[in-house]
Write a protein that binds this ligand. Structure first.
Ligand SMILES: N[C@@H](CCC(=O)N[C@@H](CS)C(=O)NCC(=O)O)C(=O)O
Length: 201
């Protein structure tokens, strides 16, 4: 069985749980954390040298890290990842956007409130910078979703899963989603796709 090393509250780990449930795969969850040092052991670093979660391990012992790489792997050959090269590249476009322009703002601002050990990093300047960058990312999504049901192409894909994970918790980071009605409607659509599970599941 696939083993998912994770931190349950992490959106990056949630993406992987979503793709596994959407594709009907069985998996077991192992909670690890920098807080208790379990992502810094030699054993864990052998699976993922940057000591981060999510990391999955296959039955034969092969590991794979990086949430979006893991999603791409499990989505291969399914409706969650188009076969056509251009359509597939549009999915990648949103995955790269998520890692470079969205997650470093919206996930990081949430983490500053959620995790006590990070609160000293929440200076007014940092919070303002993350608010501005996060709102910019949400505006880009709003622009697309005001004109389309899904982020990439005409169908639900791992682009939607990747962006859902931290957008649906954006208010925990202080973002006001009422300014982004198309994003809110899309969040509700994603949550209704068969196979969806909540973050807390
Ligand atoms: N780009 C990576 C980011 C992974 C990441 O930052 N994981 C965090 C949890 S969301 C983590 O492992 N934090 C613990 C640590 O840094 O030791 C991905 O998408 O998987």
């Amino acid at each position: 069985m696939i083993t998912l090393y994770e931190q349950a509250t992490s959106g990056n780990c949630y993406k992987v749980r979503l793709v596994l449930t959407h594709t009907g795969r069985a998996f077991r969850r192992v909670e690890v954390s920098a807080r208790d040092g379990s992502t810094r052991t030699q054993e864990f670093l052998a699976r993922n040298p940057i000591g981060k979660v999510p990391t999955v391990e296959f039955d034969d012992g092969r590991p794979l890290g990086e949430s979006n790489a893991i999603m791409l792997h499990f989505a291969e050959g399914t409706a969650l990842l188009p076969a056509d090269a251009y359509d597939r590249a549009k999915v990648y476009e949103w995955l790269f956007f998520e890692q470079y322009s969205h997650e470093p703002m919206i996930a990081v601002r949430r983490a500053l409130f959620l995790y006590e050990e990070r609160r000293h990093l929440a200076t007014p300047e940092r919070l303002a910078q993350l608010m501005e960058g996060g709102n910019k990312a949400l505006s880009v999504m709003e622009g697309r979703l005001a004109a389309a049901h899904w982020l990439a192409g005409n169908a639900f894909s791992i682009a939607d899963i990747a962006l859902y994970a931290y957008t649906h918790t954006a208010e925990e980071g202080g973002y006001d989603l009422s300014s982004f009605p198309a994003v809110q409607a899309w969040l509700a659509r994603v949550a209704k796709v068969p196979g969806h599970v909540p973050l807390e599941a």
